[in-house]
Design a protein around this ligand. Structure first.
Ligand code: SAH
Ligand code: SF4
Length: 375
């Protein structure tokens, strides 16, 4: 059997793995054992999976692989934020960011190499679309980050308690690969995170939002960035295809979806990047408050992270305060996100997977250790 025909164990969630094992004449319960080894014991050497029978192990060795991206570069920001540049098997690179806070540790995960949607303020969009990530490349970012954090004295006590699909790419345009990765983030035999702690951020791909609402129960963030179609058409071009009214209808379908197990009330987190003089004026705050009136919304005001030739400026502190006040006064729960990892370009929208400008990659704190394994 040639290498290309090998199945990557990291590409499959519990059901996928069980189906694969059955197709190989194996018992489906082996899926549970394998998941635990991969994600709870962080073991990807099939020979080390000692409670899996020898016969099954030889089959796995013959037909499967546990390849993950390699670590190209690792950086630690002054504020504890970590950013890794991972190299994929075809030489493409993606970025993953870890943001420690007092009560949580958030991992920001990429879903594509580049992005086709070309939002005017986003440097990932500027680089265009290259390809979708596989499920193993998505969940692999969590696996590698978990292991890299545990290895280093500086970050050893830091855990990943939350995952946000807010790295490079539009996750809902890579739906088929995204879903098994989300399943693994929430599976008790893998990372076991609750659905409150796993967030998919989308610029508003409505058919996929509906599918997600039906298929997986997770938290949803929507990149709104403008209170009306005229401005949103300009900032988030996919708005021309899926305008705000239809987007809000899809958000309603999401919050009204069943959550029988926990009876939790769902909400949508609306992201709004603050661009000076573009979308940060008081009348726009009022328009946004009107748009979200009666909807279970939280709003996150994000400082714009500038990049070369973007043509935008970050809103002043006063403008952000004023905007937040108007929304809060209208009864809309509004947060002002502080920028993290600025010194290593790890903030949102600065993830470009660009390894050309090495002058910026000044704080190296980990050596690549996983790159050569498991190939
Ligand atoms: N494609 C998805 C998820 C990745 S982008 C989406 O658009 O939602 C994650 C978040 O970063 C989005 O809210 C996006 O609008 C925001 N973002 C992009 N570029 C930014 C920049 N330069 N400054 C601040 N936030 C940015
Ligand atoms: Fe793509 Fe999101 Fe960037 Fe828009 S903001 S270009 S959807 S990654």
């Amino acid at each position: 059997m040639s290498d290309t025909a090998l199945v990557n164990l990291f590409d499959m969630d519990r059901q996928g793995l069980a189906d694969f094992l059955v197709s190989q004449g194996e018992k489906p319960f082996r899926a549970k054992q394998i998941l635990k080894w991969l994600y709870q014991h962080n073991v990807r050497d099939i020979n080390a999976m000692t409670d899996v029978s020898k016969a099954t192990r030889s089959l796995l060795l013959e037909r499967t692989t546990t390849v993950l991206p390699g670590v190209q570069e690792a950086q630690l920001s002054k504020d504890g934020t970590a950013k890794w540049l991972f190299e994929l098997h075809d030489g493409n690179c993606i970025e993953t960011v870890y943001i420690p806070e007092a009560d949580r540790g958030t991992l920001c995960v990429s879903s594509q190499v580049g992005c086709a949607l070309d939002c005017s303020f986003c440097s990932t969009g500027r680089q265009g679309f290259n390809r979708n990530l596989s499920a193993s490349e998505i969940i692999g970012q969590v696996w590698l980050a978990t292991n890299l954090l545990a290895l280093e004295p500086a970050t050893r006590d830091q855990r990943i308690t939350n995952i946000v699909m807010m790295g490079m790419g539009e996750p809902l345009l890579n739906y088929r690969q995204l879903v098994p990765a989300l399943d693994l983030m929430m599976d008790d035999l893998a990372y076991g995170l609750s659905k409150r702690r796993v967030t998919v951020s989308t610029s508003g791909v409505i058919p996929a939002m509906d599918k997600l609402t039906a298929d997986v129960d997770i938290s949803l963030a929507v990149s709104l960035h403008a209170p009306n179609d005229a401005l949103r058409d300009e900032l988030v071009p996919i708005n021309r295809k899926y305008p705000i009214k239809e987007l809000m209808d899809a958000c309603w379908r999401y919050v009204e979806g069943e959550d029988a197990a926990s009876q939790r009330k769902k909400h949508v987190l609306f992201e709004y990047v603050m661009l000076s003089g573009v979308n940060d004026q008081p009348e726009q705050a009022h328009e946004l408050a009107e748009l979200l009136r009666g909807f279970p919304a939280k709003v996150n005001l994000i400082p714009f992270n500038p990049f070369e030739l973007s043509g935008y400026k970050r809103s002043s502190r006063n403008a952000v305060e004023r905007f937040a006040r108007i929304l809060n006064d209208a009864g809309i729960l509004t947060f002002k996100r502080t920028t993290r990892g600025d010194d290593i370009d790890a903030a949102c929208g600065q993830l470009a997977g660009d390894i050309d400008d090495r002058s910026k990659r000044h704080v190296k704190f980990m050596e690549p250790r996983f790159g050569e394994q498991g190939r």
